[in-house]
Design a binder for this molecule. Structure first.
Ligand code: NDP
Length: 451
């Protein structure tokens, strides 16, 4: 059994089983056995089951959100959005089974058809930072495309995934089609990599573990989608709406206590407005409400664990702290929003993913400087750009090496649009129209029309 802790208090919430190898194998084998029957479900019926699952999630939004507040320290507002995102992603992909068309390609001597065949069992490995949405981005398109799914939540945050697994059963998904397997990454997650019946692994987490999963999957030429770390830039030009850019910067990095792969944790500010921008940023950071995440007014809760707080704190050693917000004292893994001044792009806090409520600020001079500094990282997941010059917005949007970029806003993840990283931030795309096909292989069939 594993103890589940409330990060806002440090108290034990409950215990959940930590599955071993034999139980993992049994679940994978069940998913493998039921795959042909799930694949054969008529498209309209599969769509109906997914819609019923979405409706049940919708009926349980408050319960799921409450679980996430207590297990992950997410603010109640965020947690409700996250449960709603699972519903929306299920509804979005519920439209897919009836639209998963192949092609008819003109060829001599007959007819050529393509089919998008499901892969088989898909293993989804979920991190602790967004337990519900990241689970849904994996299981919803995988199930819609006709795969069966085994899903491992993070050991720290298994509760909402376990509940979603129960709701799937209540919605009528046959046993074995979607199974949640709580346990350790090194046991359950690793078995997804090595078990030959698992034909694809969707992994979200650290770049280090992601690389080992990719290497392990290579053994069996197993499909893999990786969503890894980030060090996204928030680039503010002198011609931008500075008030809006400064007011929105705290949420773009401190949301979820900065434990977000899309966090805009590097702010690049054009030198001519650097002082003015910092002057506007300071009150916004100080006003950012860090409090009991169950309160409706909370904008940020605690960090996930004592270990995470220790690793975030270490980035402040020898760093130049510009100013900080506030956080509750006492029990729980609290950490105030913190703004650091970078003196060089070599500073450790400028280069590494902190995964906490810490943002680094650096001035730049020209557009070319901004591109060079923004791209001087192994990561490329997200980013934002503030300017009133539409030509510059387009030039910058094309020049910054990142999978998602928003202009005059901080939007990253919308379920209608593709999400994923360039460079070492990942491989493949989730969400939007692109994700579905990554859970299928193309089969080409030629039918001769000759006598
Ligand atoms: P990990 O990459 O270790 O964990 C992510 C998931 O992978 C968890 O479910 C974990 O299981 C599982 N896992 C761990 N090792 C293996 C393995 N060998 N084989 C298969 N699955 C495995 O991230 P951490 O939780 O350790 O976080 C460390 C850092 O990673 C963070 O500080 C942050 O920088 C980054 N990170 C990035 C995320 C993102 O969204 N891109 C999300 C989370 C972390 P278990 O339950 O045992 O931990």
């Amino acid at each position: 059994m594993t103890q589940v802790i409330n990060p806002a208090t440090g108290n034990v919430l409950t215990s959940v089983p930590s599955l071993g190898l034999a139980e993992t194998d049994a679940a994978i084998e069940r998913a493998h056995k039921v795959f042909p029957a799930w694949k054969a479900v008529a498209p309209g019926d599969r769509a109906r089951l997914l819609r019923r699952f979405a409706a049940l999630v919708d009926e349980h939004i408050d319960e799921l959100a409450d679980l996430e507040v207590r297990n992950s320290g997410h603010t109640i507002g965020n947690a409700r959005w996250e449960a709603g995102n699972v519903r929306d992603v299920l509804n979005y992909y519920a439209g897919a089974p009836e639209r998963l068309s192949g092609r008819q390609i003109p060829v001599p001597g007959g007819v050529d058809l393509t089919f998008h065949e499901p892969l088989g069992v898909v293993g989804v490995i979920v991190p602790w930072n967004f337990p519900m949405p990241i689970a849904g981005w994996g299981f919803a398109p995988a199930l819609a495309a006709g795969n069966t799914v085994v899903l491992k939540p993070a050991e720290l945050t298994p509760l909402t995934a376990i509940r979603l697994g129960e709701l799937a059963g209540e919605a009528g998904l046959p046993e074995g089609v979607f199974t949640v397997l709580p346990g350790k990454g090194s046991v359950v997650g690793q078995r997804f990599v090595t078990h030959p019946a698992v034909r694809k692994v969707c992994f979200t987490g650290s770049t280090e573990v992601g690389k080992s999963i990719m290497a392990g999957c290579a053994e069996q030429v197993k499909r893999v989608t990786l969503e890894l770390g980030g060090k996204s830039a928030n680039i503010v030009f002198a011609d931008a709406d500075l008030a809006k850019a400064a007011a929105s910067a705290p949420a773009s990095v401190f949301d979820n206590a900065g434990q977000d792969c899309c966090a805009r944790s590097r702010i690049l500010v054009q030198r001519t407005v650097y002082d003015e921008f910092l002057g506007r940023l300071e009150p916004a950071v100080k006003a950012f409400r860090v409090e009991d995440p169950a309160r409706e007014t909370a904008e940020m809760g605690p960090l996930i664990s004592a270990g995470q707080r220790a690793s975030v704190s270490a980035y402040l050693d020898d760093a130049d702290v510009a100013f900080r917000g506030t956080a509750p004292d006492g029990d729980g893994w609290w950490f105030p929003p913190t703004v650091l001044l970078a003196h060089s792009p070599a500073d450790r806090h400028w280069r590494e993913e902190v995964f906490g409520p810490v943002v680094s600020v650096l001035p730049f001079d020209t557009e070319e400087d901004a591109v060079r500094l923004a791209n001087d990282t192994e990561y490329g997941l997200s980013g934002s750009l503030w300017t009133s010059d539409v030509g510059r917005a387009l030039r910058m949007a094309r020049a910054v090496e990142t999978g998602a970029l928003s202009v005059n806003s901080h939007s990253s993840v919308r379920y209608w649009t593709p999400f994923g990283g360039m460079k070492q931030s990942g491989l493949g795309r989730e969400l939007g129209p692109d994700a579905l096909l990554s859970f299928t292989d193309v089969k080409n069939v030629f039918i001769s029309s000759e006598d």
